[in-house]
Design a protein around this ligand. Structure first.
Ligand SMILES: Nc1ncnc2c1ncn2[C@@H]1O[C@H](COP(=O)(O)OP(=O)(O)O)[C@@H](O)[C@H]1O
Ligand SMILES: [Mg+2]
Length: 257
């Protein structure tokens, strides 16, 4: 086994949460979770249904407020920032459920996402055809996500896998540094999964990626770091090999893996 990496070997932390807690009434959905998300790494968060994965992502993206704890983006304390402000600062996310506009083309979807990062997103209708910057960002994002040949296609008519690619493209169109991806592989066949994993490998270089995923084979194929949550608590976090061999993880979650 290789020696543990020293701090100096590790890439830069882009996003950090410290002792993050979310309670719903008496239920502690996320319990004092402290994690780092680093540039150039895919950090998978795994756990059974109800473990608190989506709640964690929602707190990081700013959709729900933490009950306590802090969130830093680079050196900035963003714990009290709104979701739009975080998006503008470089936090991009995709959702567990599809959020595309089905009647719009791939390019239009990407362009709306790109414009959501400009200071006056409600002016999109008057600037849509003129805003060269957002059009550029939209084209680049669609191309990066593997949808270059589908720019004019109606989003609702894309295959399931392509719709998920479009969600990533829409996230990329906002030019994020951190990608928060909630189950982007859900419902995908083997070929679509391969394509998405290749896309994430390509994106890893320039981003910190938080990947929530159920497919353990996919997770072990791509993750640089794995965190395992059970009932809101992190029971293990580290490099895949160490997590795979962790007795608590084996007992609680991985079974035969
Ligand atoms: N809006 C909410 N109100 C009350 N309880 C919630 C809410 N959202 C999530 N929960 C509860 O928090 C726990 C964690 O949920 P969630 O973060 O969605 O888990 P996961 O994404 O890991 O499946 C679950 O017990 C869930 O029922
Ligand atoms: Mg979830």
């Amino acid at each position: 086994m290789s020696a543990p990496k020293t701090m100096r070997d590790r890439p830069e932390v882009l996003l950090r949460c410290s002792a993050l807690v979310r309670q719903w009434g008496g239920l502690i959905a996320v319990n004092r979770v402290s994690l780092d998300f680093r540039l150039g790494e895919v950090h998978a968060v795994i756990g059974t249904n109800g473990a608190g994965k989506s709640t964690l992502i929602n707190m990081l993206s700013g959709e729900i407020e933490p009950s306590s704890g802090t969130i830093h983006l680079r050196s900035e304390n963003i714990t009290n920032w709104s979701q739009p402000r975080r998006a503008q600062a470089g936090l991009g996310r995709s959702y567990q459920r599809n959020t595309i506009f089905p009647g719009f083309s791939v390019l239009e979807n990407c362009r709306l996402a790109a414009q959501s990062r400009t200071p006056k997103p409600w002016h999109w209708w008057e600037s849509a055809s003129r805003c060269a910057a957002s059009l550029d960002a939209a084209c680049q994002a669609a191309e990066l996500a593997g949808l270059k040949d589908r720019l004019e296609q109606t989003a609702g008519l894309l295959s399931h896998g392509q719709k998920r690619q479009l969600e990533i493209a829409m996230c990329l169109a906002t030019n994020p540094q951190v990608l928060l991806l909630d189950e982007p592989l859900a419902g995908m066949g083997a070929e679509e999964t391969d394509r998405m994993l290749n896309l994430l490998k390509k994106l890893r270089k320039d981003h910190a990626i938080l990947l929530v995923e159920h497919d353990m084979d996919a997770v072990f194929r791509i993750a640089d770091q794995i965190t395992v949550m059970v009932n809101g608590t992190v029971i293990a976090s580290g490099e895949p090999q160490a997590v795979r061999q962790n007795a608590d993880v084996q007992a609680a979650y991985l079974g035969g893996h």
